[in-house]
Design a protein around this ligand. Structure first.
Ligand code: FE2
Ligand code: FE2
Ligand code: FE2
Ligand code: FE2
Length: 404
């Protein structure tokens, strides 16, 4: 029998608050941390930020003071969880070193989700986004090598390759072509709903991060690269959030959020090699079980519906951080030329010359250097070649093989 969070007993909500020193956790060591421990920390930070922001939005859409108080209560615990997770990231890591971790999450979490996604359209959406974040990893790795003299291989440790993906310059699409067809909570496998929530939260956190730290460098090209990629993360949030079933009620969405938090903490505590961090995942799971119970009660009251009907009988197979090099290469080798036309993914060469894609490209990429290209050109000029980490062999894409 698997684990069913609906049948477990969690920590009562009035016993979930912790003091400042408990929350001010000792950060991991950036040199010895397992790359996937870092990825789990970044992911759970994104999940907790989404929990908080979703709860705020919910509160802004109800006039019921009792409900607002209930939301405020659980939200305070979510905020504490966010601090305990996010404060694991050490101050010694530069923004760019942390960015490499963010893009590694975007590659390997999305790759796992795509391979385990039951809905073929959603799977295609994940593979589509995957190649774009894969390219971001390569652009930022070149920037970091140039500005800080640090190699991204010290962070990803060969688990994720670093080589061009769908070139960032080509990712800039008209906003209307980033909206996808939604999943259906009554027809789709619950795993699909959970996957979409997870990846939306991760991308949103990346978007927020670049929105705020992108102005920290003094070097204009670095500021430019952050702002250019931040705009793609906006596209990614639009892309993934439109997969969510917006027909769900606020209470249903709350239940799904809490269930997903249980699912991820349960998944990650099984894989976590660092015992101290594993304890945090275990503690937070016990808290989430209670959040889920409260959300289910709310759904029964407000919607007069049974939350069990929407949820699996037990948690699905654990979400896993693992190396996906072969899989990413296979997607790279077959989908590099895709773009989007409304909700469909099509080869860019099939677009009519007057498609809005080209008009948008002319606006943003016209007149002046494109930072994502400039960063590679400058690296080649300064060091004689670009920075890559091709672990299994040359790029599966012919035109990317001649390294600078
Ligand atoms: Fe949480
Ligand atoms: Fe990205
Ligand atoms: Fe992204
Ligand atoms: Fe929660």
């Amino acid at each position: 029998m698997g684990f069913n969070p609906l049948q477990e007993k969690g920590i009562p909500i009035d016993r979930q608050f912790r003091n400042w020193s408990e929350l001010n956790v000792k950060p991991y060591d950036k040199n010895s941390v397992d790359p996937y421990t870092q990825c789990r920390v970044i992911t759970m930070n994104g999940i907790e930020v989404e929990a908080v922001m979703f709860s705020h939005q919910f509160a802004r859409h109800t006039t019921d003071l009792d409900l607002k108080r209930q939301l405020a209560l659980v939200r305070r615990a979510e905020q504490q969880q966010q601090k305990a997770v996010c404060w694991l990231v050490p101050g010694e890591a530069s923004n760019l070193e942390t960015v490499i971790g963010y893009e590694q999450v975007a590659v390997d979490l999305t790759a796992w989700v795509a391979q385990n996604e039951p809905n073929p359209y959603a799977r295609q959406a994940y593979e589509f986004g995957l190649l774009e974040d894969f390219d971001h990893l390569y652009r930022y790795a070149n920037l970091m090598d140039m500005l800080e003299g640090k190699k991204a291989e010290k962070i990803v440790k060969g688990l994720t390759e670093i080589t061009p993906g769908r070139p960032t310059i080509a990712e800039h699409r008209h906003p209307m072509d980033d909206v996808r067809k939604p999943l259906d909570r009554n027809k789709d496998d619950p795993r699909s709903l959970l996957h979409a929530l997870t990846i939306t939260a991760a991308e949103q956190q990346t978007m927020n991060y670049y929105m705020n730290i992108g102005n920290r460098p003094t070097e204009p090209m670095a500021r430019g690269l952050y702002l250019e990629i931040a705009q793609i993360e906006e596209q990614h949030v639009t892309h993934y959030e439109s997969l969510l079933d917006a027909g769900a009620s606020w209470a249903e969405m709350l239940v799904l959020h809490e269930y997903n938090e249980c699912y991820l903490y349960y998944s990650f505590m099984q894989q976590e090699p660092d015992p101290r961090i594993r304890q945090i995942w275990e503690l937070h799971l016990a808290m989430e079980i209670e959040h889920l119970r409260i959300a289910c009660e709310l759904m029964r009251q407000t919607d007069k519906k049974d939350p069990e009907a929407m949820l699996p009988k037990e948690l699905p197979e654990a979400v896993t951080f693992q190396s996906n090099k072969e899989y990413v290469r296979q997607v790279l080798g077959s989908q590099i030329n895709l773009t989007a036309n409304e909700t469909e993914f099509v080869p860019v060469e099939t677009l009519a010359p007057d498609h809005r894609y080209f008009a948008y490209q002319r606006v943003v990429n016209g007149h002046g250097p494109v930072p994502s290209e400039q960063v590679i050109d400058k690296h080649v000029k300064a060091k004689g070649r670009e920075y890559r980490l091709e672990v299994i062999g040359p790029s599966p894409v012919e035109e990317f093989r001649k390294a600078g």
